[in-house]
Design a protein around this ligand. Structure first.
Ligand code: ZN
Length: 315
């Protein structure tokens, strides 16, 4: 999936054989595959530092070409959208990797811009799903954690990059300092380097820590380690947008998302007022269908697509 622009062909969060530079919207691992082939990238400094720290893949940031602008995506710290004024073909394109309309916990707030063509993330294509008000979800996380730590341990499993740091911030705002595993602590340091203020402790003896955040894969082992040594109950927790759709195997789940739900996607589309929408991702087809029902010129984009060819062949 790429946009060609004279001397540049920009791969969009993906690997593209024709591309000579990658746009990396943010540091989540499903957006960095293009870097394995070519380290040249358009991205924020924060994304570069997070990718290098977490995925150990080198990135070489290039200067933005004149017709390109990076806009905040509101998804996670350092996340950006790509805006291209394609004078060669006479239209503008806005590509959103992942984005959210809500006030983010740690990310820079989303910026919108009018574009002729919108290439849109399709994570939540479900009109029947509405995320809860974020401030209420944050209140619930803080209330639950404070209450349960009076007599027990609260153990969160979270994505190492992004969600874990948001949870640290949410708990800090309620006066709590979580213990975090080594990988999360290393990512926290990158956040702090770029100005985020996070208070946390290293996870040494989990049975002595009332509130803990570990990478999702370590949740069960950490729970067992606490149970083996502590008489207090352990409450496992997860915070995810999927909490609206799936039942997690934890004591409690909070609907905290850093994506737009379907209704927020409609707001975003309205703010960008595109003539054509291409949806991408595993839910690209149902998402395009839902948009078409609402009168939009929307169709799914496959990862092998050259965006210009699609637009020029569009009838
Ligand atoms: Zn993401």
């Amino acid at each position: 999936m790429a946009i060609s622009l004279g001397e540049y062909s920009i791969a969009l969060d993906s690997k593209d054989d024709e591309a000579n530079v990658n746009f990396v919207s943010h540091a989540h691992t499903d957006h960095i595959s293009g870097l394995r082939k070519n380290k040249k990238a358009l991205a924020s400094e924060i994304t570069k530092d997070l990718v290098e720290n977490r995925s150990h893949i080198e990135m070489e940031l290039i200067e933005e070409p004149e017709c390109v602008e990076l806009l905040n995506a509101g998804h996670m710290f350092g996340s950006r959208q790509l805006f291209v004024q394609n004078d060669l073909y006479g239209y503008s394109i806005l590509y959103s990797g992942d984005y959210q309309m809500d006030e983010p916990v740690l990310a820079e707030k989303l910026e919108t811009k009018q574009a002729d063509v919108l290439i849109l993330d399709s994570t939540y294509p479900y009109p029947e799903v509405r995320f809860d008000d974020k401030s209420e979800v944050i209140d619930a996380i803080q209330f639950y954690t404070r209450k349960k730590t009076e007599h027990g341990h609260v153990l969160f499993g979270a994505y190492t990059v992004g969600r874990a740091q948001e949870l640290v911030k949410i708990l800090n705002d309620a006066g709590m300092i979580p213990a975090v595993d080594e990988k999360i602590a290393a990512v926290n340091k990158v956040y702090e380097k770029h100005g985020a203020r996070l208070e946390y402790a290293p996870l040494e003896q989990p049975e002595n820590s009332p509130v803990i955040i570990v990478s999702q894969s370590k949740l069960e082992a950490t729970r067992e380690a606490i149970v083996a040594k502590s008489v207090k109950r352990v409450y496992t927790a997860v915070a995810s947008g999927w909490a609206k759709i799936f039942r997690f195997d934890t004591d409690v789940q909070f609907n905290l998302s850093d994506h737009a739900d379907f209704h927020q996607a409609l707001e975003y589309i309205s703010a960008c007022s595109p003539k054509i929408i291409f949806t991408f991702g595993s839910n690209a087809r149902p998402f395009a269908k839902q948009l078409a029902i609402r009168g939009y010129d929307a169709r799914p984009l496959v990862y092998t697509s050259d965006v210009n060819k699609l637009i020029l062949n569009h009838s």
